[in-house]
Each structure stands twice: as C-alpha cells, then as structure tokens.
Design a protein around this ligand. Structure first.
Ligand SMILES: [Zn+2]
Length: 387
C-alpha cells in the first residue's frame, strides 16, 4: 500500500502536468487538438530514411486543410492548396530525426552502431533507446562502465564516449539471442525520450529538429483553411525526408514541384546557454521570436518582404548571418531547377541533437504567424527581381 503522502504528491504532480500540457492562453492560435497532434508527432519515431509512420501521422492531420496530397518515392509528403494554379509557393520543413544503425554484434550480444545523421556520441552513455527490429520495437540502453570501475583501466584516464566504445545492451547475451529479438544489421535505433514541458511554456523533447517545423507548416495550412483565406497561387505544404544526411529529400521534391518561391522553416541554435561563443555563432535566444538570416542562398528581396511583414504585424524577429551554406533545406530549394527564390524562417532551440531539445511556445506561435502572414502577402506579381 502506498503512503498517503506519496499518493497526494503523485496526484498533485499528475494534475500539474496535465494542466500545463495543454494550450492555456486564450489568445493562443494553437488548439487543444492541434497540440495533442504535436505531442503524438514528437513521440513517434521518424528516423532518417524510415520516416513513413511519422509522415502518415502528419498527412492525416494535414488532409482536412488542403485540397489534395501526394508522396514521392522516398516518402516526402506534400499537401496542396489550389493544385491547378501555375504559380507555386512551397512552405517546407523536414520530417526525419537523427538516429543510429546497428552495425556490429559482438559475441556477447552487445551492439555497436553507426550514425544515421548527426547523432551526438557525447550524450549517448546511459540513454534508453528503441531498436526498430523486424519483430517490432526492442528496448535497449547505451551501457557505460560505472564510475567505480572506469579508472581501473591501465592508463587511469576517463574514457570519452566515441563511436568505437559506445554500445547497446538489449538483454541478449550472444548473437543468437540478438537475432531472436528480430534485431539485424541495419536495424535503426532512436532514443526513447518523448515530449514534456517545463516551467514558463518551455517544451522539451527529442527531435523537435525539425518535427516542430512539420507541426508549424501544418498549423499554417489549418489557419488558412479555418480563417477562409484564399490564395492567388498554389500552396505546397512540404514535409521532406532525409534532411539530416544532406538535404536530400528537399533536393528530390524541389525538382518535382518546381516551385516559384520556397519558404523553409527549421530550428536554429539559441546561443545564450553556456559554452557557445556568441562571437562565432551570433546571438539568438528562445522566446525572442523566429530568426531570419542573411546568406547567399537566401533571396534578398524575399527576405526583405518577410522582414516588412514581420514589422507590419509586430512579430519579433532575430537576425543571423550564414555563409556558403545555411545547413538547411533552403539550400536545396534555392539551387534547384533554374534557381528558386528561397527564405529561411528558423525557430530558436536549445541543446540541438540531444534528447532534451528545448523550445518556447511563443516562438512556435510567432513562427507560424510569420509564415502565415507572409503567405497572405505574397502574390504571383510580388517583385523579386534583383535588377
Ligand atoms: Zn538537425
């Protein structure tokens, strides 16, 4: 039997987290049902190259708000408003999450891994994971020697986590037991951590990079539909696969759609936490609005169009300078076909590529608003000519 005190604490905690986990601002543009889609979407695994289950969830949510939808051979999903219009505008996010591949099984049944996207080896030890095997999901952990035993190695140095010393323990004690669980070479591995929220409307989760983007573009489509807005062009709401291994899904879909304009959203670093140099990374903070960037791939006229919209609608923005590459799907769209005017609207995020990625609700809302208002302002006649 559980003590009274423990029970009370538990009940309090339960109510507290339930109350916090739903949208509560009356002026919020997010609804309870859209927010619960967001949580489900984050909690579902969507590893690079294996995004289909996430794409299905996303399309199911999006479909009521678009006229038609399609998918491409590698799983990029697209919802279209006004499919017959000759002028095409894309709003885009990427659907994939960084993950691992099982690469080698040792005789003791421990699994060594290869990276599938930019997973961070430094944060791996002691994390819980799911191995997506042929017989369904299998739980495992990144084992790591106890603090008591680490220094008994011959050179008395603390081991640093590296690709050749981090391993998974799934409870199997030889290769055969590994096989019996349905685990195979090439099985993909994701972290178990899911959506949660902490004080002051901050959310934490794994792979907000960039499924928050998928959520935000879907919300833009929902708001357009629910507010009965008519657009003078075809709108393509694109959730691209395989961004984390080189912007590949966007590359494919840009060629297929041949858009006239692309508005890309992704996450960017909040640089105000310790051990990040603002001198190098610039200054961006959560809760201060979406970030706009200058870069050769970002179309100057389209950028100043978005800047004007932000000023008119009083949406706060923060500025960055990027260089040769934005490191986002913006590059794939900008340099596709004969060149496509593209702009990047980023949401600030703390602790990128960890299991505790953190972002703020206000930034989600303001990023949605900025995309939404930009779409309402654009027409096929918007002058984007440099000369
Ligand atoms: Zn990423």
């Amino acid at each position: 039997m559980v003590s009274e005190q423990v029970l009370t604490t538990f009940e309090l905690y339960k109510n507290y987290s339930m109350a916090k986990a739903s949208p509560k601002k009356s002026r919020s543009i997010l609804t309870d049902s859209s927010f619960s889609f967001f949580k489900n979407y984050i909690n579902n695994a969507s590893p690079v190259g294996f995004e289909t289950s996430g794409q299905k969830l996303w399309l199911e949510y999006l479909k009521p708000y678009v006229d038609t939808s399609f998918t491409d051979p590698y799983g990029t999903a697209v919802g279209v408003v006004n499919p017959k219009a000759p002028f095409k505008v894309v709003i885009e996010a990427h659907a994939d999450e960084i993950s691992w591949f099982v690469n080698y099984v040792n005789p003791e049944g421990l699994l060594y891994l290869k990276r599938n996207g930019g997973v961070d080896v430094q944060i791996a030890p002691a994390q819980r994971v799911i191995i997506h095997g042929k017989k369904g999901p299998v739980k495992a952990v990144f084992g790591w020697p106890a603090i008591h035993t680490r220094l008994s190695n011959p050179d008395h140095k603390e081991p640093q986590p590296k690709l050749d010393n981090v391993f998974l323990d799934c409870g199997a004690r030889n290769k055969k037991e590994v096989e019996q669980l349905g685990i195979h070479i090439g099985a993909v591995v994701t972290y178990q951590d899911g959506f949660d929220e902490i004080a002051n409307d901050y959310y934490i989760g794994r792979a907000f990079d960039n499924r928050v983007g998928g959520y935000m573009i879907a919300e833009v489509a929902r708001l357009l539909k629910q507010n009965n807005k008519k657009l003078p062009y075809g709108l393509y709401v694109v959730n691209a696969v395989q961004e984390e291994i080189g912007l590949r899904g966007a590359e494919m879909i840009a060629r297929r759609i041949k858009p006239d304009i692309a508005i890309v959203t992704d996450v960017t670093h909040d640089t105000t936490t310790p051990m990040i140099s603002k001198l190098v990374e610039g200054e961006i903070a959560c809760r201060k609005g979406p970030s706009l960037a200058y870069a050769p791939a970002i179309h100057n006229k389209l950028l100043s169009f978005v800047e004007d919209i932000a000023a008119k609608k009083r949406i706060p923005v923060q500025w960055r300078a990027l260089s040769r590459s934005t490191g986002t799907d913006t590059d794939s769209f900008a340099y596709s076909n004969d060149g496509c005017p593209s702009v990047l609207i980023s949401i600030p995020l703390r602790y990128m590529h960890t299991t505790v990625e953190m972002l703020h609700r206000d930034d989600i809302e303001n990023t949605i608003k900025l995309m939404y208002e930009t779409l309402l302002g654009l027409t096929p006649k918007t002058n984007l000519n440099y000369f």
